[in-house]
Design a protein around this ligand. Structure first.
Ligand code: SAJ
Length: 406
């Protein structure tokens, strides 16, 4: 039985480690977060995404997955650590470098190292490979190295981990084939083989494609506001064309991927990545744009001390994830401006920054209702019902939940 050491037990590492352990591998999951390691081993993990905690718990209970604070000898080392942005919007590769250095003492001839983290092109061979060779082993002949980016959608991780196609790029054909054997054990989608740099670029352009398309929708929403057109109706009708599929405008792009990864392309080709860079600017401009829209609406209605009710603070529907959330940014900015802001979010627990109220407490007596996240709980609300609860009648439906049907 093969032993796999998964470094980083986050959104990707933990489900991957759990699935691998259910396919006959003996898996050691490693994380620097001691509390997480302890909670996992005590079957006490609390994950918001449906099914993930159950999967992790049964993997640990079966004894095939063990969580630890440091790596140990294995046949395969899989690195699934975050790559955040620096203050200069460059990729911060510290976690990858640290993970590689931590596995060094355990590397043996014939081992395979797989990188899953999203990285700028050239990282696998230019940064990771030299660190791994400090072990004294030659990458390509004594040690194998592949890049295989994760592609799962937060909110649907389990299904997509199994069903999505995968791209594997190895430093040489042997490395690619060895990595393919690992993924074949649980991936039901197609597995496509290439080189490391192509695989790195593929991951980056997937998220940039989505960012650019969301930016197009957001720009259209600003244009339609200016022309007093219903953006939702305009997009709905345009999408009746067989080759048009415009995404949804919103409060901007959040999360830890789409708002980050396009910068890794900009970093490598700053003068060429013009649309990609502009898309980031358009999407990042949305929170301020929505804040201005709210301010303008209450000013025009001449409401003294308006009460603003904000529905949702997460980065997208159906999750409690607040990372880079444009909705949260909007609530914060409105509060900073001294407005009376109430907020609710049924998915967010243990939030200390400001009080989160129930939906009723948020809407009752409010002057302006701002729908920021299209959680299903909000979609079920009838607009007329909300208006009856309110003191005023200003509705700013940033996600098109109610206004799209007008
Ligand atoms: N959003 C819009 N309008 C839309 C679609 C999304 O405003 O029409 C916003 C969302 O509200 C959210 C943000 O974009 O704030 C991103 O949400 P998302 O659901 O599009 O994507 P993520 O960030 O949760 O996951 C993405 C996925 N990438 C693609 O779909 C190309 C996922 O497959 C990746 O694995 C993930 O990034 C990642 O980890 O890289």
């Amino acid at each position: 039985m093969k032993r796999i050491c998964v470094i980083g037990l986050g959104y990707i590492g933990l489900p991957t480690a759990s699935i691998l352990s259910s396919k006959g591998f003996k898996v050691v999951g490693v994380d620097i977060n001691g509390k997480l390691v302890e909670e996992l081993n005590q079957l006490n993990i609390d994950l918001l995404e449906l099914g993930l905690a159950d999967l992790a718990n049964s993997a640990i209970e079966s004894g095939k997955l063990v969580a630890k604070g440091s790596p140990e000898k294995a046949d395969v080392f899989m690195i699934c650590v975050p790559t955040p942005l620096t203050d200069e919007n460059k990729a911060d590769l510290t976690h990858i470098k640290n993970a590689a250095e931590r596995v060094l003492p355990y590397l043996r001839k014939g081992n395979l190292v797989i990188l899953e983290s999203t990285v700028p092109t050239g990282t696998t061979e230019g940064i990771l490979k030299p660190i791994l060779e400090e072990s004294g082993l030659k990458v390509g002949s004594e040690l194998y190295l592949s890049y295989c980016p994760e592609r799962v959608l937060p909110g649907n991780i389990l299904k997509e981990l199994i069903e999505n196609d995968r791209i594997i790029g190895g430093v040489n054909p042997e490395s690619t084939e060895l990595a393919k054997e690992v993924y074949q054990s649980f991936v039901e989608g197609e597995i496509y083989l290439t080189d490391t740099t192509t695989a790195e670029m593929v991951k980056l352009i997937e998220n940039s494609f989505r960012d650019v398309n969301i930016a197009f929708a957001n720009e259209l929403s600003k244009i339609c506001d200016k022309l007093s057109l219903n953006i939702w109706k305009v997009i709905e009708l345009a999408n009746k064309h067989p080759r048009v599929n415009i995404l949804k405008p919103g409060p901007g792009v959040g999360g830890h991927c789409i708002a980050v990864d396009p910068f890794f392309i900009v970093e490598k080709a700053p003068n060429k990545a013009r649309i990609i860079k502009t898309a980031r600017c358009v999407n990042d401009s949305m929170p301020d744009y929505i804040v201005e829209k709210v301010e303008k609406a209450v000013k025009e209605a001449k409401i003294k001390s308006p009460i603003i009710a904000c529905l949702g603070i997460t980065y997208k529907a159906g999750t409690g994830d607040l990372r880079q959330s444009p909705a949260l940014r909007i609530v914060r900015r409105l509060r900073e401006k001294g407005l009376t802001v109430r907020a609710c979010d049924p998915y967010v627990k243990d939030f200390a920054e400001f009080p989160l109220l129930s939906l009723e407490e948020t809407a009752n007596g409010a002057d302006c209702l701002v729908l920021l996240v299209d959680h299903k709980e909000f979609k079920e609300i009838k607009l007329q019902e909300s208006l009856r609860r309110m003191r005023g009648n200003i509705i700013i439906d940033v996600r098109g939940v109610w206004l799209s049907s007008e």
